[in-house]
Design a protein around this ligand. Sequence first.
Ligand code: FES
Length: 347
Amino acid sequence: MISGMSLGSREYCVRLLPKNILLAVREGESVYEAASRQQVRMPVSCRNGVCHICKGILTRGQVETSVSGLKVSVGADRVQEVLLCQTWPKSDCEINVENVYARGELPVKEVVCQVSGVKQLGGHVYEVRLSFSAGKIPEFFAGQYLSLHLPDDAEGSFFSIASAPGGREIELHIQADPHLAKALEIVEHLQQANSVKVKLPFGKACMSGSADSELILAAAGTGFAQMKSIVEDTLSRGFDKPVSLYWGVRQEKDMYLRQLADSWERDYPNFRFVPLVSEAIDDVCTRHHDQMANAICAHSHDLKHSQVFVSGSPTLVFSTLERLEEAGLKRSSFFSDVLEYTAPPEK
Ligand code: FES
């Protein structure tokens, strides 16, 4: 049993095999409800024990399940089929179940799409719009990224998707400073091209289900793109918990969609926008990183029950993680693409 993780309430560890996906299931919560809360997807339809689409095999542990409307206790002392929408763990368990997808897990697809627009947003940041024909719109979750491939570029370049899932178009924000040769080449190519090849989706730092807790989003520079996707997705779905966006830039002019962020704050009472500008000439890096964590800690967030997404340099991400963990954030509630490709700094 996992104890003391949720204001003294009990939580059980449920291992979903064969993918080895771990769920923390609260006392009184069904396996399906816990999966949904933790953005793990599984096949469900009726959610009341009729269709059997959510069936699995309990191979270890004790659960309660519903039989003719009555809760009965069953264990894994023999092969035991259970319906995950009607299964309430009473101990740590293992359950074999097919067609379960971990947070952010979708098949990666390669698609040739139309370049429907390239425009300068501010500074050296360009908005690129890619459109897909009906029936070829790739599935992705808010917060994920794609790889964009110029001709003969097998490796590709990675960009956060700045738009919410579900539309015919995908929006990217590309920073093409004069010293960023590859980014400049991509923007110049897209300004001329009719189509381009992309692969998607990538990234686990995303919203692959319905969140049930406060969201804290922190971005540096064009990391704003990832947060824009999450904000537009959650607000459009009527998310009513607090959402705070911290956007750090070096200079005011780098805040290339400031008016949009201000408009979210005007239009949604649960949304707060905190712009952060660090123009100090000396030691600007340290100041920039500290400023983000300081700003988050200065506001009265319920960090024990928040989900935090951070997009920026590894130094920014790890320093923010360290500060927020000290302030009470659970490590499992911190999400950043950086965690997938960079080891934490040695102490
Ligand atoms: S979703 Fe229909 S039985 Fe579980």
